[in-house]
Ligand binder design. Structure first.
Ligand code: GDP
Length: 222
């Protein structure tokens, strides 16, 4: 199913063939064909109502979070919304299907560091973490870096009934033994707290696994 095509304005991905034949856009082949941006929230009062199921995506800036979201949802440009001016420091909600949402959190770990970031975002993220609809957290970590102490601190936001799934991203940059090592070490660091997988948007490594995890969580009762 993956194919190469041109990205047109508006975030839809079309094959060259589709452009010529006026067939439906490739987004119809997506697992989440109706994925759309909902709202950028600067305040918990702006969050969508606490119904259905939601999964939060977190990671340091430049970890590959936006690319991972686009690849998993199979909608190029979807998470680009989160990078537009004025939205980069907000919580960006996307609806994948009725009552199924993902939340793209601001990248952390830049500027004055995680502590300052955490102080700024604590109330907003605590409000998110307290939502009944929140099934779990996807944590995007650059595979060259692996899961580190700062990342574990982030996991404090996750309550016991919320799951945690770590994507070790950009694994195409590692050789086979390096990838196996970071997977082993990150799995040990995370322990019982969650699951870890290798991921690469470029090489399409682990995309199916990530999609299945996301879908399962979004369909699971609390
Ligand atoms: P974000 O800040 O966490 O949302 O990160 P982005 O998705 O914007 O990605 C940051 C950089 O990493 C960009 O230059 C991407 O092209 C690159 N990148 C993202 N995913 C991959 C991947 O799977 N492999 C490689 N080699 N580069 C990637």
């Amino acid at each position: 199913m993956p194919f190469i095509g041109g990205i047109l304005e508006g975030g839809e991905l079309y094959t060259t063939e589709h452009q010529h034949s006026f067939s439906p856009p490739a987004a119809s082949m997506s697992r989440f064909p109706r994925a759309e941006f909902l709202i950028s929230a600067a305040d918990p009062g702006q969050f969508p109502s606490d119904r259905g199921a939601e999964v939060a995506f977190v990671g340091r800036s430049n970890a590959g979070k936006s690319t991972a979201i686009n690849t998993i949802v199979q909608r190029q440009g979807l998470a680009r919304t989160s990078k537009t001016p004025g939205r980069t420091r907000l919580l960006n909600f996307f609806e994948l299907a009725p009552m199924q949402r993902i939340v793209d959190l601001p990248g952390y770990g830049y500027a004055s560091g995680p502590e300052a970031e955490r102080r700024t975002w604590q109330p907003l993220i605590e409000a998110l973490a307290g939502r009944a609809c929140l099934r779990g957290w996807f944590l995007i970590v650059d595979a060259r870096r692996g899961l580190k102490i700062g990342d574990e601190a982030l996991l404090e936001w996750a309550s016991a009934e919320q799951r945690v799934h770590v994507l070790l991203s950009k694994v195409d940059k590692l050789n086979r033994s390096e990838a196996a090592k970071v997977l082993r070490e990150s799995t040990a660091t995370l322990g019982e707290r969650g699951t870890v997988q290798l991921f690469s948007a470029t090489a399409k490594t682990g995309v199916e696994e990530a999609q299945k995890t996301l879908e399962t969580w979004l369909l699971s009762p609390r």
